[in-house]
Design a protein around this ligand. Structure first.
Ligand code: FES
Ligand code: FES
Length: 184
């Protein structure tokens, strides 16, 4: 079957099998390998992209279902050579270590800030609660998203704060919120 969708602002058309998942369409047909594939159980969230603005796990969506819709991947965050504030926040606040979860985390963060420019830490944790990071302990991810929010609001006045991650949450623990969050 043929599918046509808009990916990062460009219309693409490909011949696909009806059973092809969106994550594999992006990675294998479009070579957009920034979207990672980390599990077979819809748990890890490293595959999160935006579908018509909503963060979705692209391993739970058939590519055919995205036909006629707008998809944005991590490659679409940068605009005109400028990193998105979310990307800069992850750099400034060390929101990644191995980086495997990072594309999904950043796409969820971008969607969160687009709907709520000033989320609380609890709201940030809720938003990323459907995603797993095995490196950071989540504290620096929350801090990175907070940095981006402050940057966009023009209220960031200093370098990233340096509160100890361990005081917020021990490394390796799941986020406080354990609902499916916005990345469903
Ligand atoms: S690849 Fe793990 S949730 Fe999609
Ligand atoms: S930075 Fe390694 S899994 Fe999140």
């Amino acid at each position: 079957m043929q599918v046509t969708m808009t990916v990062n602002g460009e219309e693409v058309t490909r011949e696909i099998e009806g059973r092809l998942l969106l994550v594999h369409f992006l990675r294998d047909h479009l070579q957009l390998t920034g979207t990672h594939w980390g599990c077979d159980t819809s748990n890890c969230g490293t595959c999160v992209v935006r579908l018509d603005g909503e963060p979705v796990k692209s391993c739970t969506v058939l590519a055919a279902m995205a036909g006629g819709h707008e998809v944005r991947t991590v490659e679409g965050l940068e605009q005109n050579g400028e990193l998105d504030p979310v990307q800069r926040g992850f750099i400034e606040c060390h929101g990644l270590q191995c980086g495997f979860c990072t594309p999904g985390m950043m796409m969820t963060a971008r969607a969160l800030l687009d709907s709520d420019p000033d989320p609380s830490d609890e709201e940030i944790r809720e938003a990323i609660s459907g995603q797993i990071c095995r490196c950071t302990g989540y504290a620096t991810i929350v801090r990175s998203i907070r940095w981006a929010a402050a940057e966009e609001a023009g209220t960031r006045t200093t370098a990233p704060d340096t509160e100890a991650p361990a005081a917020e949450q021990p490394a390796g623990e799941e986020p406080v919120a354990t609902t499916t969050g916005s990345a469903s």
